[in-house]
Design a protein around this ligand. Structure first.
Ligand SMILES: Cc1cc2nc3c(=O)[nH]c(=O)nc-3n(C[C@H](O)[C@H](O)[C@H](O)COP(=O)(O)OP(=O)(O)OC[C@H]3O[C@@H](n4cnc5c(N)ncnc54)[C@H](O)[C@@H]3O)c2cc1C
Length: 449
């Protein structure tokens, strides 16, 4: 019997567990997560109003309910008070790290840490009810917002800022976030990219959704489109970019609707400084106008524009963080590997693997993690005959408990789900997420009651 620990219950962890148990009937997998709740960014990243994508949780759920898969929530690997990676390696024949890439990249400009300037990660974590999130009063006194970045996460946070109570209350948004977003007075949202419209990373489906928001209009400056040489002849662009440009062009040509809220999509603007008002809160973002450099990049022009903003959300990408006891490539923010096998000083480390964002960096959609996990599973199973000869404890749970680690088992997670449904019913809504450690732990404990 091959015993494998998968660390992380997001898409890559679940797809890894699935691949292992489907390909080999003698494998048992423990999926370990530092949170008492499974599914990683599908629960704590995918926007609450994207119910169809959220429902992918049902596919991941069937993996975690497989008879040879066990969920061990609330167990952090590495870090202060966490289970050391070396100890985990002793408990299993193999360990697959699927820990994601949960930190945001920084802009590295003056004023970035002013009150009112947050990473999209912080904002997303708050409205997703991540128990580590802080209610930072994101929307307090804010009538204007700047979202820096033009990827799908930037579109998500822009859309969440523009949604009203009617659309948000059927979602699983935690109560405090629903109250704050419903009462929002933000009427001007600038979403800004430093390069041209044809280089934006958002997908057309997500982009189009902005144009369908009730009470909101999307404004695109035709002059900014004209700055992008690729927009002059979009037919030459790859299909995805061409569709984006067509949508943006239609908005640029549309007459103003006079809607209560405006989303302004801006291009060729590079943030250089966040400007503060008295009291230390951000008041504006200073951008430098950029221009195509002829090699696919942009160059500064020395011309500046200040865009008023009481709220700034920085969405310029994610990054992995080192996990104690595992090698880490600081340049890429990933764990060095060969076909999923962890490399220590360039050599394959026996029984240690990676999959998902921590393996290949924070790119791609949920489905991209499936082939990524498949490669890792193939490597692990090829190594299995040697790995399975190592002695491991028969009862890992007993070994963990002896070391003071008390995991939240699947029944505990089901109890959390029940508590979220009950909270929703009490508030006259559907499911409402529990937003803090205390209430999650208390709900999980009722499983044993
Ligand atoms: C804001 C946001 C929105 C997104 N929206 C979409 C979308 O709409 N559609 C789409 O297709 N893709 C979307 N994505 C991309 C998608 O979420 C990722 O491709 C996917 O989640 C990556 O999977 P992963 O398993 O590598 O990491 P994650 O999903 O991040 O899972 C990592 C898991 O590891 C756990 N973990 C981390 N460290 C430890 C530790 N030390 N010990 C134990 N456990 C640990 C975490 O708690 C987490 O559960 C979005 C991404 C973001 C950031």
């Amino acid at each position: 019997m091959l015993r494998v620990a998968v660390v992380g219950s997001g898409p890559s962890g679940c797809y890894t567990a699935q691949g292992l148990v489907e390909r080999d009937a003698s494998v048992r997998v423990d999926v370990i997560d530092r949170l008492p709740c499974p599914y990683g960014l599908v629960r704590y990243g995918v926007a609450p109003d994207h119910e169809k994508i959220k429902s992918l949780q049902n596919n991941l759920r069937s993996v975690l309910e497989h008879e040879r898969v066990r969920f061990l929530g609330g167990v952090r690997v590495g870090g202060p008070g966490g289970l050391p990676a070396a100890r985990l390696r002793e408990l299993y024949h193999a360990v697959v790290y699927c820990v994601g890439a949960a930190t945001d990249r920084r802009l590295g400009i003056p004023g970035e840490d002013l009150t009112g300037s947050w990473s999209a990660t912080e904002f997303v974590s708050w409205y997703s009810a991540h128990p580590d999130a802080v209610d930072a009063g994101f929307l307090r006194d804010a009538d204007s917002a700047v979202v820096v970045g033009v990827g799908n996460v930037a579109v998500d946070v822009t859309r969440m800022l523009a949604r009203g109570a009617t659309e948000l209350s059927p979602t699983d948004l935690p109560a405090a976030a629903l109250t704050a977003l419903s009462a929002s007075r933000v009427t001007e949202i600038h979403m800004v990219g430093r390069r041209g419209p044809s280089q934006a990373r958002f997908t057309t489906k997500e982009l189009r959704e902005l144009g369908a928001l009730p009470g909101t209009e999307v404004v695109v400056d035709p002059e900014e489109l004209a700055l992008d040489p690729a927009c002059a002849d979009p037919a030459a662009l790859p299909a995805a970019q061409r569709r984006n440009v067509e949508v943006l062009r239609a908005w640029a040509e549309a007459p103003p609707k006079g809607a209560a809220r405006r989303i302004r999509l801006r291009f060729f603007l590079r943030p250089v400084e966040l400007l503060g008002a008295a009291g230390g809160r951000v008041a504006a973002v200073r951008f430098e106008r950029t221009a195509p450099d002829g090699r696919g990049g942009v160059t500064g022009t020395g011309r500046y524009e200040d865009v008023p903003a009481r709220l700034v959300l920085r969405s310029v990408g994610y990054r992995g963080t080192p996990l104690d006891g595992l090698p880490f490539d600081d340049a890429t923010g990933t764990v060095p590997h060969r076909e999923g096998r962890v490399l220590r000083d360039g050599e394959v480390a026996s029984g240690e693997y990676v999959a998902g964002w921590i393996k290949r960096g924070p790119t791609g959609v949920i489905g991209t993690n499936r082939p990524c996990a498949k490669e890792t599973v193939a490597s692990l199973l090829a190594d299995a005959p040697a790995l399975v000869r190592e002695p491991v404890p028969g009862d890992v749970l007993a070994a963990l408990r002896a070391e003071g680690v008390e995991p939240v088992l699947w029944a505990g997670w089901l109890a959390i789900e029940r508590a979220e449904a009950e909270l929703g019913a009490a508030l006259g809504r559907s499911v409402v997420k529990l937003p803090d450690w205390e209430s999650l732990r208390a709900a999980a404990r009722t499983a044993g009651a």
